[in-house]
Design a protein around this ligand. Structure first.
Ligand SMILES: CC(=O)N[C@H]1[C@@H](OP(=O)(O)O)O[C@H](CO)[C@@H](O)[C@@H]1O
Ligand SMILES: [Mg+2]
Length: 547
């Protein structure tokens, strides 16, 4: 194979010229932006994925085209490393450099990456590409594929798939199918087989009812849930709303982010009995939250913290009942509701760690446990099992029924990344084993009221934090002021940090009452505005707070 780097430049100049001079950065969620400016970014990510595959000795690298929970005009791209993890941080920097050079400098930049990383440019490479169902995704997918072709790599196009499916395909291929077949059918088969074996025909127990409303956010999650339903033997009755057919726009008034942030149900909800179980996933189906209305019509949310505590508690019980010795832990971020942490540590006796925001931090920490459960409060998470844990469980399964169930649960979980549909099937298994309805589930603990604010400042990076973002070390004196304010509130807790995905400083506050929480968030927000270079109008006092 002979590769001429001139081809890369020729492709770029002719088909994917860089039309936006604005500097963009590979962030927590890869590159995101308005779709019309992303063609050259996509082409270059195809080039980079090919180089990365050659650097990793021909292992499959994944590319997912999606803007997740963002609005319809947006799109984005992220790379998936061979074990299904997010792209290694040093290559995030390379990615940023590569998309920001001019077309003229592109060829030289590619040559530098090859030289610096000692890449054998003539070795084989494999890139798998998938996309969500935004109308501009097919065009962007072609740009990625052309990036691979420009370097004579091998590309496999999966079409419309969820983000977690792409992670699954990459791992399945790189483990030579030990993890499953790297096809859409292989994915359904793995999850459905495990789910139906665990269900074992027992569909309703105690208060558990076999019906569920599924809000697909007008995204790919809806389509794939419909595919699941087709292949399932009535083991779960799912009614899919916001299917993405007709005029509904992706994530518009629906989906997990809408439900969690606005604290209200999505549009197009059918008339339901109180306490009917409902779920919402986001636009690329890697996040999930549950919700219901109680008999006074009040909306109640069961978010990522609830799902995490339910799963960790259940796995702990199963492990104990098998008499095996495995270290199970739960990983959260500072956004986890304090009541959830209190419940899991003091009632369920499961150790909890707190890490910085962003799934890669949670995933990394979870790998330190034999069984690591991790979730962000917004519903993104999964469980990872160490090889040691899998071995012990397998041995125990020869004599113990609960260990057999644990083995099936491992198959049901998408360990590669948070997967809304896999997480949902696991929650359904647990609720049905416990014979619980949503009332039983929500009564495990009472959430502390909480609020988040976004504060605009001149430069959000003037805020520096430590201790998993719970303590602010810069600007000097801000943390002392925060401590003083927080000490006036019962069960008060608050922290500030610069967002990694938006140009804002985020404020989080919780306290024992709604009014106190609003007031606490307001006071902390004001401190940020005054001490960290706030721009725009001063925050207004919350109207229903009693002073
Ligand atoms: C408070 C919050 O929800 N933050 C989100 C958000 O990060 P920020 O760094 O807070 O902008 O986007 C991340 C990527 O999707 C997600 O992992 C994280 O949970
Ligand atoms: Mg998402």
């Amino acid at each position: 194979m002979s590769i001429n780097l001139r081809t890369v430049y020729a492709f770029a100049r002719e088909m994917y010229p860089k039309i936006n001079a604005e500097h963009i950065q590979y962030g927590t969620a890869g590159f995101r932006g308005k779709a019309e400016f992303l063609d050259s970014v996509m082409f270059r990510m195809g080039v980079l994925a090919t180089l990365r595959s050659r650097y990793r000795e021909g292992a499959v690298i994944g590319v997912m085209i999606t803007a997740s929970h963002n609005p319809e005009p947006d799109n984005g791209v992220k790379l998936i490393d061979p074990k299904g993890e997010m792209l290694e941080p040093s290559w995030e920097t390379i990615a940023t450099d590569l998309v920001n050079v001019t077309d003229q400098d592109l060829e030289q930049m590619v040559a530098t990456i090859i030289k610096d990383n000692k890449i054998d440019i003539n070795s084989s490479s494999y890139v798998y590409v998938g996309m969500d169902n935004r109308y501009h995704s097919p065009r962007l997918l072609k740009a990625v594929a052309d990036g691979v072709i420009a370097l004579k790599g091998n590309v496999r196009e999966y079409g419309i798939v969820t983000t977690p499916m792409m992670h699954y395909f990459v791992v399945a291929a790189n483990t030579k199918e030990a993890y499953g077949k790297p096809t859409e059918e292989g994915y359904y088969e793995k999850l459905i087989t495990a789910f139906e074996k665990i269900r074992n025909g027992q569909l309703e127990t105690g208060n558990y009812r076999n019906n569920l409303i599924f809000d697909g956010a007008n995204g790919v999650g809806a389509r794939k849930m419909l595919q699941f339903i087709k292949r399932m033997s009535n083991s779960l009755n799912v009614n899919v709303i916001n299917q993405g057919i007709g005029s509904g726009k992706i994530n518009d008034e629906c989906g997990a982010d809408h439900v969690k942030v606005k604290q209200r149900p999505p549009i197009s909800m059918p008339d339901l009995e109180p306490y009917s179980r409902c779920v919402s996933v986001d636009g690329d189906a890697d996040r999930i939250v549950y919700f219901f209305n109680n008999d006074s019509g009040q909306f109640r949310l069961l978010d990522g913290d609830r799902i995490a505590t339910l799963i960790a508690g259940y796995l702990m019980e199963l492990i104990k009942s098998c008499n095996i010795n495995l270290r199970l832990g739960l990983v959260q971020t500072a956004y986890a509701n304090g009541a959830s942490t209190d419940y899991i540590v003091n009632k369920l006796k499961v150790p909890v760690s707190c890490v910085a925001t962003g799934v890669k931090h949670l995933h990394h920490k979870a790998l330190e446990y034999d069984v690591g459960v991790y979730f962000e409060a917004n519903g993104h998470g999964t469980v990872v099992f160490s090889d040691h844990a899998k071995l012990i469980i397998k041995e125990s399964a020869q004599i113990n029924q609960n260990a057999k169930t644990l083995l099936l649960i491992i198959d049901l979980i998408n360990e590669t990344v948070g997967d809304a549909i896999s997480d949902m099937l696991l929650v359904e298994v647990i609720l049905s084993h416990k014979g619980w309805d949503v009332k039983d589930w929500i009564s495990t603990y009472e959430d502390l009221p909480n609020q988040q604010l976004k504060i605009k400042v001149q430069d959000r990076n003037v805020i520096e934090t430590t201790d998993a973002e719970r303590v602010c070390v810069r600007p000097k004196g801000l943390q002392d002021e925060i401590n003083k304010v927080v000490s006036n509130y019962k069960c008060g807790r608050a922290f500030v940090r610069p967002s990694g995905t938006e140009d804002v400083v985020r404020v989080y506050a919780e306290a024992s009452t709604e009014d106190d929480t609003l007031q606490l968030a307001y006071e902390i927000g004001l401190l940020v505005q005054r001490m960290a270079g706030g721009v725009g109008p001063e925050l207004t006092k919350p109207s229903n707070a009693h002073l």
